[in-house]
Design a protein around this ligand. Structure first.
Ligand SMILES: Cc1cc2nc3c(=O)[nH]c(=O)nc-3n(C[C@H](O)[C@H](O)[C@H](O)COP(=O)(O)O)c2cc1C
Length: 381
């Protein structure tokens, strides 16, 4: 295990800038064509910037704490099928720069694959700019890329799993030093070098949120050392009853590791929420997504996760992949809030929800579920 940079180097934790709710609430944005579900059941969900902006502004209005935009690099047709699943995506860092100017309060997080040709000075500069544009509301989900095809798109050879996190550690250390140190930085690393590199303006007190979504020992060691938020997945797949059993040990391990570095971290899971006035209606909506699945897109989607070296998303069945997301919460507003209470009791500090038909589902959630979350003490306002 390597040692964490001191707080003097890192600057104060941005976690204190998050509102003080018992359960953090985020929206997993539908950045890509089809969002999470390789299904052609009718819906409004769209990858267009206009749609993403409407989701973000509605989430802010409803009092959500954060939004998240994932990033992937896919070939022509995306995951394929008639729906060309996930083919289109507006780059999330560019989208967030625009969204930062359109919003006032919500934290905007997006993924960057730091090993695809970036230099830490580039991302430090972009991050400082995002931090200033957003007024301290930007966060970066640092990922190392688990798809060999993505590396090859950049003319690179895939990198062995644990080595990727050693590289990410060096990358992040340089970026953090550029954000926090007042002197020019000359750094002779194993993977990156700088000579008299300097950054002005810096984010300073408002260091961007650092986020990671690892599950493997090497990934979690990186995350414990650098991240403020860790996106977690259920080690036992999408069934929330099983997740409730497996999450406490998984989260306790993450928290203990983080404490060993003298750091604090919050864990967030991303449930797929299918909520209707009654459980029966919600189950019917769930079944409709499955019935309308695009079999080619679904096969290719499942294949990616089963063939890669990612330690997350391991327990999902094919049918669960057609719904998408992590744990599946299906039911009435009361049942959804009950599951949130149980996920919190299992150690989750937050949920980052995804939906099938985003705008109407989000509006329904705001109207029917959020008031019950307040009643249950999960949210203050
Ligand atoms: C909520 C969540 C969001 C993620 N977003 C992305 C993403 O946008 N792009 C990506 O390439 N990987 C993404 N990942 C994958 C992780 O970065 C990581 O590769 C994966 O969880 C496997 O963990 P491991 O690297 O420790 O084996 C995400 C994972 C989770 C749980």
């Amino acid at each position: 295990m390597s040692t964490a940079p001191s707080n003097a180097v890192r600057g104060p934790s941005p976690l204190r800038r998050l509102p003080d709710h018992k359960l953090l609430l985020g929206l997993f944005l539908p950045m890509q064509q089809g969002a999470w579900s390789p299904s052609r059941a009718p819906r409004s969900t769209s990858w267009t910037f206009d749609y993403i902006a409407r989701c973000t502004m509605m989430a802010e209005e409803l009092g959500f704490d954060l939004t998240f935009g994932l990033a992937q690099w896919l070939g022509k047709g995306g995951y394929g099928g008639a729906m060309r699943f996930r083919e289109h995506e507006v780059d999330p860092i560019i989208a967030n720069a625009a969204l930062a100017a359109m919003t006032k309060r919500i934290v905007l997080i997006n993924t960057v694959h730091v090993l695809y040709g970036w230099h830490p000075l580039h991302l430090a500069k972009f991050g400082a700019a995002m931090d200033h544009i957003s007024g301290g509301r930007w966060g970066i989900n640092i990922v190392t890329g688990y798809k060999p095809s993505e590396y090859r798109m950049f003319g690179l050879e895939p990198i062995e799993h644990d080595r990727r996190y050693i590289m990410a550690d060096e990358f992040t250390t340089i970026m953090e030093r550029l954000w926090s140190e007042d002197e020019e930085l000359t750094f002779d690393g194993r993977f990156w070098k700088t000579e008299r590199a300097f950054l002005a303006p810096k984010p300073g007190e408002r260091r961007p949120f650092l986020v990671n979504a690892a599950s493997s020992p090497a990934g979690l060691d990186y995350a414990a050392k650098h991240s403020d938020l860790i996106f977690i997945t259920s080690p036992t797949g999408a069934d929330p009853t099983q997740a409730r059993g497996s999450l406490p040990a998984h989260i306790a391990k993450i928290k203990a590791l983080t404490r060993s570095y003298g750091r604090e971290v919050k864990t967030i899971i991303n449930p797929h929420v299918i909520c209707r006035s009654t459980e029966r209606e919600a189950r019917a909506a769930y079944d409709a997504i499955l019935e309308h699945q695009d079999p080619v897109a679904a096969d290719n989607f499942v294949q990616t996760f089963q063939s890669g070296d990612t330690a997350s998303w391991r327990g999902h069945t094919r049918a669960q992949w057609v719904i998408g997301g992590n744990v599946h919460l299906v039911g009435s507003p009361e049942q959804i809030v009950d599951w949130f209470v149980q996920l919190h009791a299992a150690g989750c500090d937050g949920v980052q929800v995804n939906f099938f038909d985003y705008l109407p589902d989000l509006a329904f959630f705001g109207h029917e579920v959020l008031p019950l979350m307040r009643e249950a003490g999960l949210r203050n306002t």
